[in-house]
Design a protein around this ligand. Structure first.
Ligand code: ZN
Length: 216
């Protein structure tokens, strides 16, 4: 009996220490393939183009010509540009005011146009101009655009299962900082798994029934 007691204790200690050791030891580095979402593939109408045009501003000019007076008092965004009067036999018969509107969105402008057109003798016209910025691209626009499927990956250190999008790289703050790759958001270990993205070429080969490229 005396001899058995310390023996049992040692065995338990061994089991616990082995378990603790297993928990601390990272699992083998595992690769996960993130596949292209087949439903997200769209053909790019501007494929091959080396520049893109980004809409930066929409300029809208509303011109109002009306015999009615003091339109600018109804809305502060309506500005009087010019005023003209006609006289017949010394009698003022018509006054036409020219107004311009600014700072309205399309819905507000259309509502204003509808309201003003109901007033007799009022003419309203709208001019819309889109201002684009040209962006020169380093690579021509590819023939297709697509998204990747959210894929579950596992951290080899803390064993947390997470979507691949949560595993990120850290490029540091200055040039001297080392790039840390595939950081686990939970335990902050780098190289917590390997994430491979399916290439579009590989997807096409698969669609054509040809063997896919082996990612090493
Ligand atoms: Zn982790």
């Amino acid at each position: 009996m005396r001899r058995q007691k310390p023996k049992r204790k040692t065995m338990l200690q061994k089991i616990f220490s082995r378990k603790a050791l297993l928990q601390k030891r990272p699992a083998k580095l595992k690769s996960y393939l993130v596949r292209i979402d087949r439903n997200s593939i769209v053909k790019n109408p501007d494929a091959g183009a080396k520049e893109a045009h980004e809409l930066i501003q929409t300029l809208m000019e509303i011109t109002i010509r009306t015999p009615h007076q003091n339109l600018e008092e109804t809305d502060e965004r309506i500005k009087l540009v010019s005023c003209s009067m006609s006289f017949i036999a010394g009698q003022k018969v018509h006054k036409e005011a020219h107004y311009l509107c600014g700072g309205m969105n399309t819905e507000e402008a259309l509502a204003l146009m509808t309201k003003l057109k109901q007033q007799h003798g009022t003419k309203v016209s709208i001019k819309i101009e889109n201002v684009y910025r040209t962006i020169h691209l380093l690579e021509p626009i590819p023939p297709y655009s697509y998204k990747y499927l959210e894929t579950e990956v596992q951290c080899r250190f803390c064993r947390a299962k997470l979507p691949h999008t949560m595993v990120k790289d850290d490029y540091g703050y200055d040039e001297c900082d080392e790039i840390k790759r595939d950081i686990c958001p939970q335990c902050k270990h780098e190289e917590c798994c390997v994430i491979d993205y399916e290439s579009f070429e590989s997807y096409l080969l698969g669609e054509a029934g040809l063997p896919k490229l082996v990612i090493s």
